[in-house]
Design a protein around this ligand. Structure first.
Ligand code: EPU
Length: 339
């Protein structure tokens, strides 16, 4: 039986620790409960908000409609061959615990994605990525519940339309799909990817097992990124902007030290952290919100109560970047609810 609570406080369920009241809230632990919650919301014509670990959300003061907290747990091996295997992970599983578990079992490929805060179900939505690997590279299928009908179906990786920090689940075609489980294809042969410069430096030469990479990624993240459980944050606050090649060349001429990463023949990714840092924002604090001392792309909530304070502060940062570099910064976490 589904337990629905009214006027539920979400302050402890989002890693930015913002105050937010959900009109209605329910925690679901099975696919059937998830479907029941969807049907219940439809009967009342309420909108649906999905809450995972709350590590990529900026919650406004009030969240109308039904907030469904994803609590589906479980791991299951589907296909198992000499070279690789497919593992089904339920959406409510903790991402980092999952990475540790796969590595300990000898299922390789997720090591570079260690310590990313969040749940398994959130990973495909923004196609989480770090140190040269994106989760899209490992996804076989994504299982969903349609929030309009309650129907269950699944998408292939191609149907998820993954790109940098993006997928069909962020678009109007896929926003109504609630991820209930994710199938990943992992290698049983040790594979490592140490192409990312900061990681390359952290992995000792002649010592390149998947466990070494896992350890190095954890060490690099702990040294460069603030821990959300100690300093409330949502990881990178802005995406790295992608610009056309001509714009990138022009910027490189004007700012010779600017890091640039070619995406394809026509587009180049710029470093949002570098631009913010160059403009002197690192460590700056206003409205109870600050730019992390450790990493200029991370915004820390020091004492702000509401999303409006975070938005006001970060708008000043993106305006300053636009004024200097002519480049727009898009927010990475999703802003939901009303002020
Ligand atoms: N940099 C600065 N100042 C800083 C931090 C970085 O100038 O305060 C410069 C670095 O020197 C480097 C460049 O910015 O030249 C890139 O820095 P970093 O390697 O830390 O990567 P990033 O582009 O800032 C992205 C992801 C992170 C991911 C890292 C490592 C995005 C939006 N962010 O950050 O993901 O961990 O690469 O792969 O793509 C997240 O999404 O929440 C996240 C933390």
């Amino acid at each position: 039986m589904l337990r629905v609570e009214a006027n539920f406080q979400l302050g402890s369920l989002n890693t930015l620790r913002l105050e937010c009241i959900a009109e209605r809230y329910t925690l679901v632990s099975t696919t059937e409960e998830l479907q029941e919650a969807v049907r219940e919301a439809r009967v009342c014509s309420s909108s649906i908000n999905l809450l995972g670990a709350g590590s990529n959300l900026i919650l406004n003061r009030y969240l109308p409609g039904m907030t469904i907290h994803m609590g589906l747990l479980g791991r299951e091996i589907l296909e198992d061959s000499a070279d690789d295997l497919v593992v089904r992970l339920q959406a409510g599983e903790d991402w980092h615990e999952t990475v540790l578990w796969t590595n300990a079992e000898g299922y390789f490929g997720l090591e570079n994605l260690a310590l990313i805060p969040g749940s398994v179900g959130a990973a495909p939505v923004q196609n989480i990525g770090a140190y040269g690997v994106e989760v899209a590279q490992l996804i076989e299928r994504v299982h969903v519940v349609d929030s309009r009908s309650g129907d269950i179906w699944s998408l292939t990786a191609a149907e998820c339309c993954f790109s940098y920090r993006n997928s069909v689940f962020k678009t109007s075609e896929g926003k109504h799909l609630i991820i209930s489980a994710v199938d990943l294809r992992l290698s049983k042969r040790p594979v490592v990817n140490t192409s990312y410069p900061a990681l390359r430096e952290a992995v000792p030469d002649n010592c390149e097992t998947p466990s070494d990479v896992l350890e190095a990624v954890i060490a690099v993240r702990q040294s460069k990124l603030p821990d959300p459980s100690l300093e409330p944050n949502v990881g990178s606050f802005f995406k790295n902007p992608i610009v056309d090649r001509v714009t990138a060349e022009h910027l490189q001429g004007e700012y010779p030290d600017m890091p640039q990463y070619p995406v394809d023949a026509n587009t180049v990714k710029l470093s949002a952290a570098w631009m913010i840092d160059q403009l002197g924002w690192r460590g700056v604090q206003e409205f109870g919100v600050s730019v992390s001392e450790k990493h200029a792309l991370v915004i820390i909530n020091k004492s702000a109560r509401y999303a409006s304070e975070v938005i006001e502060f970060t708008y000043k940062i993106s305006s300053a970047v636009f004024q200097e570099y002519g480049v727009s910064l898009d927010r990475e976490p999703e802003l939901i609810g009303i002020d």
